[in-house]
Write a new protein. Structure first.
Length: 129
């Protein structure tokens, strides 16, 4: 008959044995070793997929987002839908000629607002999502 001993059970026994050690530094070393074994037993062999997720921080370097579509809203302000899922709304109305498919850059200004740039055309925007 084959008996499997669980690492957690071994670590618990090691913790119990550490209580019997009289020398303080030796007892501390014993506890450290037992806890290391216990932590190794609890650690998953493979990291869960949630640890590998990448937060959406906008476009990847080297790939400029493009305008998917532009809608005119209340007060004739435009809303820009980008191919990476972000949405920006114009805060200062302008007659600059943006077009769908145009590569753009969104930059934060020194005073905290955002500027949408496409070539030589710019407009001030705020993030919707």
């Amino acid at each position: 008959m084959l008996v499997m001993v669980l690492p957690a059970a071994v670590a618990e026994q090691a913790l119990a044995n550490c209580r019997l050690v009289a020398n303080n530094p030796a007892r501390l070393a014993c506890y450290d070793k037992a806890i290391a074994v216990l932590n190794a037993a609890d650690a998953p062999a493979v990291k869960p997929a949630a640890d590998k997720r990448v937060e959406d921080r906008g476009p990847r370097r080297g790939r400029a987002p493009t305008i998917s579509r532009i809608e005119r809203g209340r007060g004739d302000f435009r809303t820009f839908y980008l191919n990476d899922g972000r949405v920006w709304r114009e805060t200062l109305r302008g007659d600059v000629g943006f077009a769908a498919g145009q590569p753009i850059k969104v930059r934060k200004t020194w005073y905290g607002s955002y500027r949408l740039e496409a070539g030589d055309d710019t407009t001030m925007v705020s993030r919707v999502r």
